[in-house]
Design a protein around this ligand. Structure first.
Ligand code: F6P
Length: 356
């Protein structure tokens, strides 16, 4: 059996653990396994940049961050556009797959990656998708690997900010990754006792943020922690088109949402505000045990799926059970935080403001 493998999109923790799970699951059950690793995501598949790998390549990587195959972003909308030399990328990917006589291609990636994976499936390739991302926004699976490792890092950042915020009686705005969804901000905000949590799914009102900070002051707490997702928007901004929002943000000249909120607080209150952006630190380093376990389980289940020749699936986890989910049912959809969900209600119940 000949298997291709690639990791595409923004990296995250436990990519190596997942690939190790697939390879161990297959090699444990097959004598004739051949593995081809494509470098830097779809780029490797398009341009035939690959290497034959052995079991040895997947040894000792369970707890290693990043990806031994490298990654890149090749957005779905550009995949259908020929490259600068007129190369048809989809045909090139198919050709490399057929030239290597692959039985299946295992693709580890997030939403964009999944859309291309589904396209390749429609084009007739045997595809298995493993859902990775620190954003946990992949539809059809309760959890993605990478998420809890990032939650841990973001929470630790906020824990550190907490002590200095308290010493100086300051408001700290901590910007957490997540342009479209707020899972990481919600979970790390809850884990580290943020006072205000701002998510793309729940547009905020400046006044409510100011009220929440003042309320804390009145109760004797002169500092506040605001966890804000990269993609958080105000109620006024929610009325704008994507294009108009982009233009308005450009005019405001704040480098990012956290600066916009910190500036607003300083202009409208007596509070001193500071910004902290953990950034790509959230995607780096060793996976936490939960992610290692999830990635290993998904990898093993992917191997079983390949052994069963049951292609065209994402391997996800639903109610702690590993499931095969047809790609056609999930590709192109995002999993958002529901503003009416229990977790948001529970957070509100203990006094956390969502600025709404
Ligand atoms: O998709 C994962 C993610 O880390 C998002 O949370 C973040 O918005 C984005 O990638 C950052 O992308 P890049 O690494 O291309 O700057």
């Amino acid at each position: 059996m000949r298997i291709g493998m690639l990791t595409s999109g923004g990296d995250c923790q436990a990519l190596n653990a997942a690939m190790r799970g697939v390879v161990k699951g297959l090699s444990h059950n097959l004598d004739d396994l051949e593995i081809f690793g494509f470098y830097n995501g779809y780029r490797g598949l398009i341009y035939g940049d690959y290497r034959k790998l052995t079991n040895q390549d997947f040894s000792g990587i369970l707890n290693v961050g990043g990806t031994i195959l490298g990654s890149s972003r090749v957005p779905f909308k550009t995949i259908q556009v020929p490259d600068e030399n007129g190369l048809n990328k989809i045909e090139a990917m198919k050709q490399n797959y057929y030239d290597l006589n692959l039985d299946c291609l295992v693709i580890l990636g997030g939403n964009g990656t999944q859309k291309t994976a589904n396209l390749l499936r429609q084009e007739g390739l045997n595809i298995i998708h493993l859902p990775k991302t620190i954003d946990n926004d992949i539809y059809g699976t309760d959890m993605t690997f990478g998420f809890y490792s990032a939650v841990e890092i973001a929470s630790q950042s906020m824990d550190c900010i907490h002590t200095t915020a308290a010493s100086h009686n300051r408001v700290f705005v901590v910007e957490i990754m997540g342009h479209k969804v707020g899972w990481l901000t919600l979970y790390s905000g809850l884990a580290s006792g943020a006072d205000i949590i701002l998510l793309p799914e729940i547009p905020y009102d400046d006044k409510k943020i100011l009220e929440a900070i003042q309320k804390r002051k009145q109760s004797g707490k002169d500092f506040s922690i605001i966890a804000v997702a990269e993609g958080a928007i105000s109620k006024q901004e929610a009325l704008l088109s994507k294009k108009d929002l982009k233009q308005q943000r450009k005019k405001e000249k704040a480098p990012s949402i956290s600066y916009k909120i910190a500036n607003m607080i300083m202009e409208n209150s007596e509070f001193d505000a500071r910004v902290t952006i953990p950034g790509h630190v959230q995607r780096g380093g060793a996976p936490c045990p939960y992610d290692r376990i999830l990635a290993t389980r998904l990898g093993a289940a992917a191997a079983q799926c390949i052994l069963d020749k049951d292609y065209g699936n994402m391997i996800g986890i639903i109610n702690n059970k590993i499931e095969r989910i047809p790609l056609e049912k999930v590709a192109g959809k995002l999993k958002y935080v529901d503003p009416e969900s229990d977790i948001v209600k529970e957070a509100k119940c203990i006094g956390i403001s969502f600025g709404d």
